[in-house]
Design a protein around this ligand. Structure first.
Ligand SMILES: [Zn+2]
Length: 570
């Protein structure tokens, strides 16, 4: 098609052609901008951008077509892995581009801003290939990046290349630039890097590297559950372990004794502290890496506690000038995170807060934190005694495990200090017999205790693939007849949630508040059941009630609550 009226320049003609061919606009809209163009003398493209008739992708397509650049409807399948390797993921994300393939000696790159010459030149310099740009929508590019630059894909390519290492390399013409890229990215170094960054990308809390035949298993703990991440050929197992140990400042020649170390890692502007531990096992050293991220580790109480009635109880407990607040729950139930958020709530200049921990997980400004070191006789009890001489207002004891610590905690709580600590019991009322077993007198415990919080973490439904369904009769039976829900929710599984249907976790709390009647029951030696009965009568919501309430609200699934909470109890 040729320009219809005279006086239209070449670019305008091309834009008009493209607009008509693609049916982007109606003929009236086209006439409207043409009239405006005559009046203002602005470029057609500029006017279209102002109009808001076209979305970003259409504009990209239009700009590309006018400059003689091909526009493609990008799908992830169009990306060739050999081309992908040439451009690092950060560059791809930053400039909204993804390499597609190598074609007649040129690197074909899909770009959301294909006219950006300096980016094209930068890619050419880095890869050693001349760049042939094609235009694609920014959302399509983002999706392709997400699919291809995820750790599993990248690492699998590395692993395949390791397995192929013994086969003769094919003849290739290297340009110097490409050789430089290769030597800097030695496969083992890259593999370790992708194991670490991949764990952070998938929000893992721990990485497990387990020596096994024929392959070393790498697993990530995500939302509390271990998931297979990848398998590393045993031929490079030792190199991978050694490289991690070097990064963590550990002794690589020592393979028979357990060791600890840590790696500081920055990813996307966030700092992570990776605690590495090695354990000599049959078949090689097992490495476990705990990932501590200051941002998810230190959260405000308001972010953790969903129910406003729970939040009120937390605040009321923390407003006491002295006494003991205990947190219980199994390992991995999120006690430490809650404890830290409570401490942050109390962290004010007028308070002298001292903690004794094993280990100190997060450092908080304005607080004195002491790490227990039993090998030099720095135990919970001995540190506590020294702390009490330092005029503290608030004391956090990482965990109460022995009689001595229990006794000091109770007496500190009775002598004007606010004491926060954790214990291993399954229910809130379970704390009471546990404390009595540690040799604390019932009347002392009743006098010192302010409240007990027990908690569990349940995985929350992925918001992207969440949908409602009609519950089965079996499921309805879990709820009391009066408030059985008519719909429940679950996730189908999608790319965001690694096909699990869950994304992230939330805490469910059972909070036992001390009241005069509960105190009397403790002193009179009442049983756990009697205590629980009384607490429920006075408004305590049990883990089961809270779990079912989270299900009813569509925050989690019934399966998840059944997995995490003992539903046989009240
Ligand atoms: Zn999902």
């Amino acid at each position: 098609m040729k320009a219809t009226s005279s006086g239209i320049d070449e670019q305008t003609a091309a834009v008009l052609d493209a607009l008509r061919q693609r049916h982007f606009l109606s003929e009236e809209q086209i006439q409207e901008v043409l009239t405006e163009q005559e009046k203002t003398g602005e470029s057609l493209f500029h006017l279209l951008r102002q109009k808001d008739w076209l979305n970003e992708d259409d504009l990209t397509e239009l700009a590309a077509v006018c400059s003689g650049i091909e526009f493609i409807h990008l799908t992830p399948e169009m990306v060739d892995s050999s081309a992908l390797k040439l451009v690092p993921p950060e560059t791809a994300r930053r400039y909204g581009l993804i390499p597609l393939r190598i074609q007649s000696g040129k690197l074909v790159v899909a770009m959301s801003s294909p006219l950006n010459l300096s980016v094209r030149q930068m890619i050419a310099a880095r890869t050693g290939y001349e760049v042939r740009p094609v235009a694609a929508g920014s959302e399509a590019i983002r999706q392709a990046i997400q699919k291809h630059y995820n750790v599993e894909n990248l690492t699998r390519q590395d692993i395949v290349s390791m397995r192929l290492k013994h086969k003769p390399a094919e003849e290739k013409k290297h340009t110097p630039a490409r050789q430089a890229v290769r030597s800097a990215d030695a496969p083992v170094v890259r593999l370790v890097e992708s194991i670490l960054t991949g764990a952070i990308d998938s929000r893992a809390s721990d990485i497990h590297l387990e020596p096994q035949q024929p392959d070393m298993k790498v697993r990530y703990r995500i939302d509390g559950l271990l998931q297979n991440a990848l398998e590393v050929p045993s031929s490079v197992q030792r190199q991978v372990v050694s490289h991690i140990k070097i990064l963590a400042n550990m002794d690589i020649s020592e393979q028979r004794l357990p060791q600890d170390g840590h790696i500081a890692l920055e990813q996307q502007g966030k700092l992570y502290d990776l605690r590495v531990s090695s354990l000599p096992a049959v078949g090689g050293e097992k490495i476990v890496i705990r990932i501590l991220d200051s941002q998810t580790g230190l959260r405000r109480l308001e972010e953790l506690v969903n129910e406003s009635s729970d939040l009120e109880k937390f605040r009321s407990l923390l407003s006491n000038p002295y006494g003991m607040i205990l947190l219980t729950g199994p390992t991995g139930s999120g006690k430490t995170t809650t404890l830290y958020s409570m401490i942050q709530q109390l962290n004010r200049p007028e308070h002298n807060i001292v903690t004794v921990e094993d280990p100190v997980e997060y450092q908080i400004a304005g607080i004195t934190q002491v790490q227990v070191k039993p090998d030099i006789r720095l135990t919970f009890a001995s540190v506590l005694r020294s702390i009490l001489r330092q005029d503290p207002d608030i004391i956090l004891i990482g965990e109460i495990r022995d009689e001595e610590t229990a006794e000091i905690a109770v007496s500190a709580a009775q002598t004007g200090h606010l004491v926060l600590s954790t214990l291993h019991t399954n229910t809130a009322v379970g704390v009471i017999p546990r404390f009595l077993n540690l040799g604390v007198a019932a009347h002392q415990l009743a006098g010192a205790l302010l409240g007990v919080i027990t908690q569990r973490l349940v995985r929350t439904i992925c918001p992207r693939c969440r949908h409602s369904y009609k519950p089965e009769t079996e499921e309805m039976r879990m709820f009391a007849d009066a408030d059985a829900p008519t719909v429940l929710y679950r996730g189908t599984g999608c790319g965001d949630c690694r096909r699990t249907g869950y994304l992230g976790r939330a805490a469910v709390y059972e909070i036992l508040m001390m009241t005069p009647s509960i105190r009397r029951l403790i002193v009179s030696g009442a049983s756990e059941d009697e205590l629980k009965e009384q607490a429920i009568q006075e408004g305590m919501k049990t883990l089961k009630m809270q779990g079912l309430s989270a299900v009813r609200q569509g925050r989690t699934t019934l399966e998840e609550v059944l997995r995490v909470i003992n539903m046989r109890e009240r």
